[in-house]
Design a protein around this ligand. Structure first.
Ligand code: C2E
Ligand code: MG
Ligand code: MG
Ligand code: MG
Length: 287
């Protein structure tokens, strides 16, 4: 055994590499099928106002119901989809489906709550994206003010010129703009002022260590200060405990999203929350 270790390690290494390339290719093929055959679906995670727990928004999050039975989270397929360009088709489907669902809730007379969709900038084509947003809104009879688009800070930074055009044109439609996972991308403050987002979403890395950790607290306080002077709203992501929520609220951040309030919910389960207008302290908050 021992004398084969070197060779064994080598073949294991190459086998793993081969498998990875293989897996990617298979994943890509399966993902194409998934889009065509309706294996994607959405969950909706509430955004609440704390401490009242009033429902103030929702985020649509894509999932893939794989024919072999498991549901695959976006972290496991969006990166591959970004590399192959398939992500555009996924984001398009998500946009249309989220608008359709929220448009239907709106027309049914439920409380008008804005929906946010995540969009990758990795392969974004500005004209196509803007056109798709317009069409999705029109087809769903959804007011533009009820749609928000989230771009991650790190992707915005990598795509400066395109980001600029995209932001300007989306804003011109009356659609809201959010910068996601904020604080992790090392952007300058002037950049924030320049782009004029409606919402800044504080990355959960800074929320995680509250109330004890001072680094997170300092970053959050700085973000809240900028947001106030730029008149944009702030949502804290990944709020899991009352202690975190209390600390955020003490700092003046009252819009929150996280497992403390609700996990991402099926459309059916979300509709019940929408009906109540408040996010329950009961079953939905159980981790
Ligand atoms: P994100 O946009 O920052 O979404 C928030 C993620 O945090 C979601 O993971 C959500 O389930 C999770 N989360 C929410 N509350 C908590 C909490 O209290 N604690 C913890 N630990 N996590 C929480 P999910 O659904 O797995 O999505 C992961 C990422 O995948 C998203 O991060 C987003 O960047 C991307 N994504 C999701 N849907 C889409 C989509 O339709 N298109 C694109 N391009 N990306 C998407
Ligand atoms: Mg997001
Ligand atoms: Mg985020
Ligand atoms: Mg994220």
């Amino acid at each position: 055994h021992a004398k084969q270790a070197g060779r064994g390690r080598f073949s294991l290494y190459t086998a793993a590499m081969g498998e990875r390339a293989d897996q990617r290719l298979r994943l890509e093929t399966e993902l194409r099928t998934a889009i065509k055959e309706g294996q994607l679906f959405l969950e909706y995670q509430p955004k609440v106002r704390y401490p009242e727990r009033d429902l103030v928004g929702m985020e649509a999050l894509v999932r893939w119901h794989h024919p072999r039975g498991m549901d695959i989270p976006p972290g496991d397929f969006i990166p591959v989809a970004e590399e192959t360009g398939l992500v555009m088709a996924i984001d398009e489907w998500v946009l249309r489906e989220a608008c359709r669902q929220v448009g239907a809730w709106h027309e049914a007379g439920l409380k008008p709550v804005p929906v946010a969709v995540n969009m990758s900038l990795a392969r974004a084509d500005v004209d196509r994206l803007v056109h798709n947003i317009e069409r999705a809104l029109a087809d769903a009879h959804l007011p533009a003010s009820l749609l928000e688009v989230e771009f991650t800070e790190s992707q915005m930074l990598g795509q400066n010129v395109r980001s600029r055009q995209l932001v300007d044109r989306i804003r011109a439609l009356g659609v809201r703009l959010a910068v996601d996972d904020f604080g992790t991308g090392y952007s300058s403050l002037s950049y924030l002022a320049d782009f004029r987002f409606d919402t800044i979403k504080i990355d959960r890395a800074f929320v995680h260590g509250l109330p004890d950790e001072n680094e997170g607290r300092a970053v959050i306080q700085a973000i809240l200060g900028i947001a106030e002077s730029l008149e944009c709203s702030v949502v804290a992501e990944g709020v899991e405990t009352e202690a975190q929520a209390g600390a955020l609220s003490d700092m003046g951040c009252r819009n929150m999203q996280g497992f403390l309030f609700a996990r991402p919910l099926s459309a059916g389960a979300f509709e019940l929350e929408l009906d109540r207008g408040r996010v329950g302290e009961g079953a939905a908050a159980v981790i």
